[in-house]
Design a binder for this molecule. Structure first.
Ligand code: IPD
Length: 266
């Protein structure tokens, strides 16, 4: 493990332990962002504060982009932090949430960690070094996404944004996708969805409107497990659209999505 990945793993573990220890039975919403459904809890902030402190202590010259604190610092190395991906699940006590930390060098993600805390699973990857699932007391498991799955037999994860107009378009797109695939899963954490692609727990994923911190680490983990990550019409993955699946299924998913114009405004 490189020093950067080791540091990211240590910090993601510490933040995860803090969140598990401090999560009250019903966490309180302290702020809403893009809409009334886009919530922040006190522990989103506490988790990001802890992560920022640990990064600064170890690597004071690095930049940090965090969901709650925005962009700070400059430098060739930038840390991309989602202190809780799946905040709505965290709020309700559902287990699908994670601490997500990616490290970029010159704009390229080179290391990623998704600590799926309630499940006791930590996913980690390094550019060119493959992806692994780490569980306490178990040997590291090398991850490989499912290959050779036709669209009609594919289990596809997706997610929805927080803006009502965006959701209306996403619902229309979903109505066309659902009859064409095995089934749909909406887990509530894009970072976990991408790790599920990596681990073969779903076959593919698509979503419009994700932020870089939602998918930076999980995207590398899925790619290192053999999946292709991108946008529609040959564009890179981004907030317009992020698609992830083994290469043949990725093509089939894009061919299905493109004519539906899922990037349109309502
Ligand atoms: C959200 C989750 C969700 C996805 C949303 C994201 P947050 O992140 O990843 O699965 O559908 O697009 O915004 O708000 O829990 O950090």
């Amino acid at each position: 493990m490189s020093d950067l990945l080791e540091l990211a793993v240590g910090i993601a573990r510490e933040a995860g332990e803090m969140l598990l220890a401090k999560r009250p039975a019903r966490p309180e919403v302290v702020q809403t962002k893009s809409s009334g459904t886009d919530v922040v809890t006190a522990l989103d902030r506490a988790s990001e504060d802890l992560i920022r402190q640990r990064i600064r202590a170890a690597r004071p010259g690095d930049a940090i982009l965090g969901e709650e604190g925005g962009e700070t610092g400059e430098g060739r190395v930038r840390w991309v932090v989602d202190p809780i991906d799946g905040t709505v699940n965290f709020l309700y006590g559902l287990p699908e949430w994670a601490v997500s930390i990616a490290v970029e060098v010159d704009g390229e993600v080179v290391a990623g960690v998704v600590n799926a805390v309630p499940r006791g699973e930590l996913f980690a990857a390094e550019k060119g070094g493959g992806a692994e699932l780490l569980r306490d007391g178990a040997p590291a498991e090398r991850l490989r996404c499912n290959g050779e799955v036709p669209l009609s037999e594919a289990l596809i994860a997706t997610g929805f944004g927080y803006l009502p107009a965006r959701r209306a378009v996403q619902a229309q797109v979903l109505a066309h996708v659902l009859p064409k695939v095995r089934d749909i899963r909406r887990g509530g954490s894009a970072a976990c969805d991408l790790c599920s692609v990596a681990a073969g727990r779903v076959d593919g994923y698509y979503e419009r409107g994700v932020n870089h911190w939602d998918v930076a680490a999980g995207g590398l983990i899925a790619a290192e497990a053999g999946a292709r990550l991108g946008g529609l019409r040959g564009r890179p993955a981004g907030s317009d659209m992020t698609v992830c699946a083994a290469p043949a299924l990725f093509e089939e998913l894009c061919d299905l999505l493109e004519p539906l114009d899922p990037e349109r405004d309502a």
